[in-house]
Design a protein around this ligand. Sequence first.
Ligand SMILES: NC(=O)c1ccc[n+]([C@@H]2O[C@H](COP(=O)([O-])OP(=O)(O)OC[C@H]3O[C@@H](n4cnc5c(N)ncnc54)[C@H](O)[C@@H]3O)[C@@H](O)[C@H]2O)c1
Ligand SMILES: O[C@H]1[C@H](O)[C@@H](O)[C@H](O)[C@@H](O)[C@H]1O
Length: 354
Amino acid sequence: MSTSSTPTTTLDPDSARQGYDRDRLVRVAVLGVGMMGQDHARRLATLTAGAELVAVSDVDVARTDAVAQEFGVRAIHDPRAAVTDPEVDALVIATPGFTHEDLVLLALDAGKPVLCEKPLTTSPETSRRIVEREAELGRQLVQVGFMRRFDAGYQQLRALIASGDHGAPLFLHCAHRNATTPPNFNSEQLMLDSVVHEVDVTRYLTGEEVVAIRVIAPRSTAQAPEGLRDPQFVIMETESGILVDVEIFVNTTFGYEVRTELVAERGQARIGLPEGMVTQSAQGWGGSIPKDFKERFGAAYDTEFQRWIDAVRNGTNVDGPGVWDGYAAAAVCAAGVRSLRTGERVEVDLGPRP
Ligand SMILES: NC(=O)c1ccc[n+]([C@@H]2O[C@H](COP(=O)([O-])OP(=O)(O)OC[C@H]3O[C@@H](n4cnc5c(N)ncnc54)[C@H](O)[C@@H]3O)[C@@H](O)[C@H]2O)c1
Ligand SMILES: O[C@H]1[C@H](O)[C@@H](O)[C@H](O)[C@@H](O)[C@H]1O
């Protein structure tokens, strides 16, 4: 088995901004400026070439004003008005998942490109409505924030599978661990907000749909808050019979880890192992563990945003996962929520693709 380190692609803000005509900058508004939205606002304001952060909007008026002031952009207090604002060309939606359907449909009606954070929506029915509305429009406008597709390690693993050098994939073993969860995070969100990444990664890596899912909840950690079974063990089956297991554990207390191991007919590969500097000192030897997704996937978000803005500028609007990917993930996650309740294996039927 060969191992290779994961290259990172960090954009240099100064060199990345060179060569763009200011008149052609894409004027972007960020809706929802909590944890993720503020990070994306900073990315757009300082790093993404060809983009201009022009406005922020949040139902929390004080937060809107504070973030607008920090970046020297407009504060728009009504998020729906931000979508239709004539001075806004494109939108980043970083509000909670249950608000996405309304805002994305409004953006589609306004004909504006959107980068919508995952999950596209919180149910297959609502995601399907977006798929159908975009199909009626006849052009892609919505990209979904499945940023792992822009992570160098996942890209390498996908290329390895596609090359066939290791033979057909048999298993993907995934571990997805967070240090802690936000307040009120519950078992349903564990599936819709966290496992949704592994659903998308499975589809991205294998090129196959997920046809069944089963969720098993072992004993919970003492750190699990009320309403959250943590950890959980998820087993997915793809069309050709590849088995994908996911250990999802979001209160490890100490760090952020996302790993995937491929077992194929004639070889294996692992990504997401601890990497970077290993230190030796009187305290012992060791490296560091990322504290959160912003650190672990920082380069992936940077690349995701750059490619999205490039796509908007060249008129294709989307360069990454689209609404069908968001819908498929929502359908598998809804089946996962049912499986956790019943303990049964639940089949997934996506129905026809418009
Ligand atoms: N890709 C990733 O790795 C990643 C990581 C974290 C969060 N996310 C996603 O980003 C989104 C936001 O998550 P977060 O952790 O930043 O949440 P958050 O709670 O920190 O921030 C959400 C913000 O949206 C605001 N808001 C709520 N309803 C709104 C509405 N209708 N219009 C405008 N603003 C509204 C809230 O006031 C808050 O400021 C979610 O979809 C989440 O799943 C993705
Ligand atoms: O919303 C977050 C985010 O998407 C992270 O990437 C994931 O690790 C967390 O589990 C999830 O809650």
